[in-house]
Design a protein around this ligand. Sequence first.
Ligand SMILES: [Zn+2]
Length: 85
Amino acid sequence: MPDHDHDCSQFLHLISDYIDDSLDEVTCENFKKHLDECEHCRIVVDTTRKTIELYHEADKEIELPADVRGRLFHCLELDAYLENE
Ligand SMILES: [Zn+2]
């Protein structure tokens, strides 16, 4: 297991803001730094971005569907975090 699970849960919480480009500068830099080191989060960001783009193209709600979000979190073994939200 990677030793930065705690970081991951923090950053995953910010993914939609990151993709929307609405993070403050410092948080954004920290996020990018984490992405350099963490393949898991890179995959999640990539997948989330693609999902949002699909929704854009379909001219629907941009909000990440709950089931997709749930699958992503489950994939990263962060179910507990999701339930506590
Ligand atoms: Zn991570």
